[in-house]
Write a protein that binds this ligand. Structure first.
Ligand code: PLP
Length: 430
C-alpha cells in the first residue's frame, strides 16, 4: 500500500474524504493507488471510498437523532443501487427507499430488513405492489389514486402507507431535478391529498402512517427544506413526516453546498416550530450520502490538439449521463501525476458518438498524454444508476476501496453480457 498524505490542496476538496497523494505523486482512494486499481481492475471504473461513505452515513443518522430522536434516515437507493451499497446501508443502520421492483429485489438480496424498506414510484405496477406487500416492507409511498386502487385490491393484511403531497415549492435546481412545483408529476395536490387521506381512513387494511414530500434534487440552499416541513404541517397530526431528500453537493472546487449540519439544523428547527413533538421525522438523502465518496477512473485513449485540446477517455456519457441530462459541471485531474502543474486547458470528452458527450469542458490538466489516468470526482450518485450500453459500452464495475484494499462489488459487464438478451435472435439464425 503506498504511503498517502492527507489531501491539503483546495482543488482536491471535492475528492473522497479518504483520498491522498502517494509518494510517487498519484491519487489514492481509500489507501489504494489509482494505477494499481487500473492495472488490477481496468478502466473505466467507479471507485467508492467506503470508509468516507460510512462516515457520511453516520453524520446523517447521528446528526438527525441528536436533533430529533424519533427519526429515520432512509437511503434513497436510486442514487447508487448496488447490492454492496444496500448491504453497507443495512450495516450502518440506514433504512432504504426503492423506486420499483428492481431496486426492491436488490435490497432484499443484499439482506436489507424489509421493515426498513420503503417503496416509491409514480407508476407502480400490480406486480411491484404485490412484491412489496409480500415482502412486508415498512411502507408504500402512495403517489396517486391508482396506487390506492391497487392496494385495496391486492392487500391481504395490514400495510403501512404514506401519501406523497405536491408541496408547490419550486426549488432552485435544474428543471429535470425539481419535483416539488405545482406541475410535478409526483404526488397529489393538497385538495386531492385530503380526499386520499379520507379514503384511507375508511380502509380496513391500509394504515396511514404519514405524509411524504420531496422538493427535488441538488438543492443548494436550505430554505426549500424548511418550506417542505412547513408544507406538511397543517395536515394531520400524523405519526410520521417524510420530507424526502435533495440536499445538494459540491461538485467542483468553485462550488459551495450546505453542510449536513446546516441542513439538519434547518429541517429540525422548522419541525420544532410546526410538527407534533412526538412525530417521527424522516429524510431520504441520496446524492448527499454517496456523491462525494465516488470517483470515476478513466484511461486517456486520445489527445488531440485541434481548435481545442480534446482529451478523449475510455468512457463517457454511457457511464455518466449527468452532464448531458442536467449540465452538471464536474472537475477532473490526471490521477497518476497529481503534482504536475495543471497548465493545459482541455475538454475531457467521452467515446460515445455525440458532441454532447462532454465530461468536463475547459478544465486545466497536467499536460495530458495517452495512457494517463483521469479521475473525475463526485460521481458516487446517479452515475452508475444511469449507465447504459450506448455504442456498445460495457457497464463499468463498482469497486469499494478501503484501508489499501479493493473490493469489487459490481463486476464489469462483458461482451457475453451484451449478447445475452440477443440469444433468441442468435438461436433463430443458427
Ligand atoms: N426521495 C425521493 C422521493 C426522490 O425522488 C429522490 C430523488 O430525486 C430522493 C429521495 C433523493 O434525492 P437526492 O439524491 O437529491 O437526495
Amino acid at each position: 500500500m503506498p504511503h498517502a498524505q492527507p489531501l491539503q490542496t483546495d482543488f482536491l476538496a471535492v475528492f473522497p474524504e479518504e483520498s491522498g497523494i502517494s509518494e510517487t505523486g498519484e491519487l489514492t482512494i481509500g489507501g489504494c493507488a489509482v494505477s494499481d486499481i487500473a492495472d488490477r481492475h481496468g478502466t473505466p471504473a467507479y471507485l467508492i471510498d467506503e470508509v468516507g461513505l460510512r462516515r457520511q452515513a453516520r453524520r446523517f443518522i447521528d446528526g438527525l437523532a441528536a436533533r430529533w430522536p424519533n427519526s429515520e434516515v432512509i437511503f434513497a437507493s436510486k442514487s447508487l443501487p448496488c447490492v454492496g451499497m444496500y448491504a453497507l446501508a443495512q450495516s450502518e443502520g440506514l433504512s432504504v427507499d426503492v423506486a420499483g421492483g428492481g431496486e426492491l429485489v436488490m435490497a432484499l438480496a443484499a439482506g436489507v430488513d424489509p421493515a426498513k424498506i420503503y417503496l416509491h414510484g409514480n407508476a407502480k405496477s400490480d406486480a411491484e405492489i404485490t412484491m412489496a406487500l409480500e415482502a412486508r416492507i415498512a411502507a408504500i409511498i402512495v403517489d396517486n389514486f391508482d396506487d390506492l386502487d391497487r392496494l385495496d385490491r391486492l392487500a391481504t393484511s395490514s400495510q403501512n402507507i404514506l401519501i406523497r403531497m405536491i408541496p408547490g415549492i419550486a426549488a432552485n435546481t435544474h428543471a429535470s431535478q425539481a419535483t416539488g412545483g405545482h406541475d410535478s408529476k409526483f404526488g397529489l395536490p393538497y385538495d386531492q391529498l385530503r380526499a386520499a387521506v379520507a379514503r384511507v381512513e375508511q380502509s380496513p387494511l391500509l394504515h396511514l402512517a404519514g405524509i411524504h414530500v420531496h422538493v427535488g434534487s441538488q438543492i443548494l440552499d436550505t430554505d426549500p427544506f424548511a418550506e417542505a416541513v412547513r408544507s406538511v404541517a397543517n395536515l394531520g397530526p400524523f405519526q410520521s413526516y417524510d420530507i424526502g431528500g435533495g440536499l445538494g453537493v459540491q461538485y467542483t472546487e468553485e462550488d459551495a453546498a450546505p453542510s449536513v449540519n446546516d441542513y439538519l439544523d434547518t429541517i429540525t428547527e422548522a419541525a420544532r416550530a410546526v410538527l407534533p413533538a412526538t412525530a417521527k421525522l424522516m429524510i431520504e438523502p441520496g446524492r448527499a450520502l454517496v456523491a462525494r465518496a465516488g470517483v470515476t477512473l478513466y484511461t486517456v485513449n486520445t489527445v488531440k490538439h485541434t481548435g481545442k485540446t480534446f482529451v478523449a477517455v475510455d468512457g463517457g456519457m454511457a457511464d455518466n449521463l449527468d452532464v448531458a441530462l442536467t449540465g452538471q459541471r464536474y472537475s477532473a485531474v490526471i490521477a497518476n501525476r497529481m503534482t504536475t502543474p495543471r497548465e493545459v486547458e482541455c475538454d475531457v470528452v467521452g467515446r460515445q458518438c455525440e458532441s454532447g458527450d462532454l465530461l468536463v469542458g475547459a478544465v486545466a490538466l497536467a499536460d495530458p498524454q495517452v495512457g494517463d489516468l483521469i479521475a473525475m470526482p463526485v460521481t458516487g450518485a446517479y452515475a452508475y444508476t444511469t449507465a447504459n450500453n450506448y455504442n456498445g459500452a460495457l457497464i463499468a464495475p463498482i469497486i469499494f476501496c478501503a484501508n489499501g484494499v479493493t473490493r469489487v462489488v459490481a463486476e464489469r459487464q462483458t461482451y457475453d453480457d451484451l449478447l445475452r438478451p440477443h440469444r433468441v435472435a442468435l438461436a433463430g439464425m443458427a
